[in-house]
Design a binder for this molecule. Structure first.
Ligand code: BGC
Length: 462
């Protein structure tokens, strides 16, 4: 059936939203994975009688696995397709969770965490790529923010489930139970259509058209979309080759890498991994630490809605400015309070409040928007490679931030560590002015034309 005589499909937008929701479930698993280990740590350490060093490896090997998964995902999703890569990620996720829950020795647990990391690396690369390719432009930003929302919900659910299971101290259930959402995701993803862009790249025209009919539902829009994608496919370059040959592509890859370094250096994961310890430092007892950590998770979820509501209205850059300013203020004040001492209830409460302000700043801006931007700025032929590089960077930077927090506290001090991250956020305001493009309401094709025409990065969205 050709694009011009295809019957109009009335529910195109609904179908697009449905596939995006399913793909965004990958975000849920991402979040479960990040959140789940904090609560399980102390129990499994006691059970296995392992040192802090071994425990540190069990925690961080997942981020390393994720970096590897993200690295391989570029190649896999271009060879196997987006859908099959997501399926592979889901299978590994279920297998990794079961292995972690059932691990008879610390070594097996280590392997389980590595497998889980690879699964998340595959999913955290492929899901935003798929979303950017499948979502209609008008809701593209919001759809990718949905992915971030699912990450935050995953973190919250993991915090809550850990808290509930902490009474019995059953770390095996904490780690194993996430196989259930993994299995649901596998089931859902099996029904997803393949990305029409990928199908066209592989010369599978009729299938691409069928998918577009379901997604767009408008004959003129389908013909236009196919025309635009095919126009780009004439550029005979790909991934690594393109990176070596094309200076404009190197610019967009560099920007993606920088954006992910910025996201991690906001300091968000310091709070995600060490919240209970931070609250302990403010003088709170164990029970309050648990509660406040859950509140952090909840605020993270709720503030993500601000981004979802605003991203396609206000645009990416204004939201990023607001976010970095709010984060800088939040961290600056938290650091100052820690320096002055949080002795009274009022002072403690105020400091917790400012930490929550910081969480709001991240969740409404850099959390979702960096992922959105990273999937929007890459040209089609190099998109897999470009997003692979930036997602890989996300995990490596994530790993380094997690690893360096305690040594930083012990060397430069608690207040100074928060000030340092606050200062990074100030720096990022400048970098956003200088380098970040506004991509609101622009087609990916237009962004690519501007990039390849050599326009400055901050102008490629015009
Ligand atoms: C980041 C994660 C972070 C999470 C917190 C994501 O966008 O990539 O590193 O843990 O947001 O909500």
């Amino acid at each position: 059936m050709s694009a011009t005589n295809a019957p109009p499909v009335t529910h195109g937008k609904a179908a697009a939203i449905f596939v995006c929701i399913l793909a965004a479930l990958a975000g849920l698993m991402f979040g479960l994975d990040i959140g789940v280990i904090s609560g399980a740590q102390q129990f499994l350490q006691k059970d296995f009688g392992i040192s802090d060093d071994t425990l540190g490896w069990i925690v961080s090997v997942m981020m390393l696995g994720a970096a590897l998964g993200a690295l391989g995902a570029g190649w896999l999703s271009s060879q196997l397709g987006r859908k099959r890569t997501l399926i592979l990620g889901a299978v590994l996720f279920v297998g990794g969770s079961v292995l972690c829950g059932a691990a008879p020795t610390p070594e097996v647990l280590l392997v389980g965490r590595l497998v889980l990391g690879v699964a998340i690396g595959l999913a955290s690369f492929t899901a935003p790529l798929y979303l950017a390719e499948v979502a209609p432009e008008s809701i593209r930003g919001a759809m990718i923010s949905l992915y971030q929302l699912m990450i935050t919900i995953g973190i919250l659910v993991a915090f809550l489930s850990d808290t509930a299971l902490s009474y019995s101290g059953n770390w095996r259930w904490m780690l194993g139970i996430i196989a259930i959402p993994g299995a649901l995701f596998l089931l859902g993803v099996a029904f997803l259509p393949e990305s029409p862009r990928w199908l066209l790249m592989k010369g599978r025209h009729p299938e691409a058209e069928q998918v577009l009919q379901r997604l767009l539902g408008d004959r003129a829009a389908i013909a236009k979309e196919i025309g635009e994608i095919q126009e780009q496919l004439k550029t005979p370059q790909r991934g690594v080759h393109m990176f070596l040959q094309n200076a404009n592509f190197r610019r967009s890859v560099g920007l993606g890498v920088l954006l992910q370094v910025m996201q991690q250096l906001t300091g968000m994961n310091v709070v995600m991994y060490y919240a209970p310890r931070i609250f302990q430092g403010m003088g709170y007892a164990t029970e309050s630490q648990m509660w406040f950590t859950a509140i952090v998770g909840l605020v993270n979820v709720l503030a993500t809605f601000i981004a979802i509501g605003l991203v396609d209205k206000l645009g990416r850059k204004p939201i990023l400015y607001i976010g970095f300013v709010v984060m800088a203020i939040g961290l600056g004040v938290v650091g100052t309070m820690m320096k002055l001492g949080t002795l009274t209830h009022g002072q403690q409460f105020f400091t917790v409040g400012m930490l929550l302000v910081f969480i709001v700043g991240f969740a409404m801006s850099a959390g979702p928007l960096i992922w959105t931007l990273c999937s929007e700025i890459q040209p089609l032929k190099g998109r897999d490679f470009g997003i692979g590089c930036s997602t890989f960077t996300n995990w490596v930077a994530n790993w380094l931030v997690g690893l360096s927090f305690l040594p930083l506290l012990n060397s430069i001090g608690q207040a100074e560590t928060f000030w340092l991250y606050g200062a990074f956020n100030v720096l990022f305001i400048g970098l956003t002015v200088w380098l970040v493009p506004e991509t609101k309401g622009v087609t990916l094709e237009q962004i690519e034309r501007n990039l390849m025409a050599g326009k400055p990065l901050r102008r490629i969205g015009q």
